[in-house]
Structures are given as C-alpha cells and as structure tokens.
Design a protein around this ligand. Structure first.
Ligand code: GRF
Length: 200
C-alpha cells in the first residue's frame, strides 16, 4: 500500500475528501500521517475523528529550512511515498524538497500560472476573469510554479463573491486531488520540461 503524508494548516477539507475517497475505495493508498504546522488546525480534530495518526509540528518562529528538516525527520521512519500539501500555508524548505524530489504535490485554488499566492479567488474576481478553477502541481522551490498534474475549470458568475467562487472551486479540488494523487502513485506519467505527460 502506498503511503501518504498530508500537510495541513487549517480547515482540512481536502484532507478529509482524500480520506473519504480512500475509505470509498476510490484511491488505493493509506494516510500514514497528517502533519499540521498550526496547533489550532481543524484538520487535527478531523484526523482524530477518522482515526488517522496526526501530529502538530509548530512552525511559529521557525525558518522554512529548519522547519522542513523537522518535518523530514518526522517522516523519515514512516516510509512515505508521496507528500500531499492540503491547505498548507508555509513555503516548503529545501531539506524536504531534497528528500522527496518530485514527490510533493500541492493544490492551488486558481488556474496557474494565473493568480499564484494568497487570496486568489478575490484576485480572480477583481481581475474580471470569466473562468477560474484549481490546479494540482508538483512542488518546487518557487511559489506555485512546479509542473502541473491536473486542472479543473469553473465559471465565474456575475454575482459571485470570493466565498461563493471559493466554494465552487473547492468542490472541484476535492475531485481532482484524488485523481492526481492516483496518477502520481501509479507512476504512469513522465515529466517533460514543465509538462506532466501520461504514459501507457
Ligand atoms: C484550498 O482552497 C486549497 O486549494 C488552498 O487552501 C485551501 C485549503 O482548504 N491551498 P482545506 O484546508 O483543504 O479545506
């Protein structure tokens, strides 16, 4: 069984969707651990409810490379195949990138390369785009810049608020993250430059 580590900072709805998809037989993997950098994260309660091992590794006052080394050391004995960032609000430092090359995924609530960074549903509204969506990508040392594994588009409606647009995007996040994880765990792809290309 392939083993996932899920890194969270808050609500944890993507984590919960992945856990439920595993339970429903839609993803052949197990969640070996959930790590939160935030002791208050609701995701930690969800993990307890679902009986999934979880741990807080606090990041307050810790630089990103030191933090990444701490997470790497927590994960080292667990035989992790893939790290899944699910609303994890810290940059991933080099020690973790080096330990898991092209083995860290992130989900972002916009169609990259449009609107990297934070508050991106509001950014999409303010810019006036008619379509937005979500992107699953490999994590590299940049901000939301790694090769794209999957994307889904949703319409931006005239009466949308940032909240209503975020909710429409989130429903697609919950669907495509599991699909992207399944593809990566299957190994049936190769990375050509920036392109993630399916094989066989
Ligand atoms: C999602 O919109 C995700 O795309 C972004 O942060 C949000 C996390 O939501 N990176 P949740 O914690 O998974 O509910």
């Amino acid at each position: 069984m392939r083993r996932l580590a899920i890194l969270v900072s808050g609500r944890g709805s993507n984590f919960e969707a992945i856990a439920r998809n595993i339970a429903a037989g839609k993803l052949d993997a197990e969640i070996a651990i959930v790590i939160s950098n935030n002791p208050e994260a609701k995701a930690l309660e969800t993990a307890a409810t679902l009986g999934i091992k979880a741990r807080c590794v606090p990041s307050k006052g810790v630089d990103s490379d030191t933090y990444a080394a701490r997470v790497r050391d927590v994960l080292a004995p667990l035989g992790i195949d893939l790290i899944v960032l699910a609303g994890f609000m810290r940059r991933v430092g080099q020690p973790l990138l080096d330990a898991y090359p092209q083995r860290i995924l992130n989900i972002h609530p916009a169609l990259l390369p449009a609107f990297p960074g934070l508050h991106v549903q509001q950014q999409a509204l303010d810019y006036g785009v008619k379509v937005s969506g979500c992107t699953v990508h490999f994590v590299d040392s940049g901000m939301d810049t790694g090769p794209i594994v999957a994307q889904a588009a949703v319409p931006v409606l005239d009466d949308d608020t940032a909240e209503s647009l975020a909710a429409r995007i989130l429903a697609e996040e919950h669907r495509i993250y599991t699909e992207a994880i399944a593809l990566v765990l299957s190994g049936k792809y190769r990375i050509e430059g920036r392109r993630v290309v399916r094989t066989s």
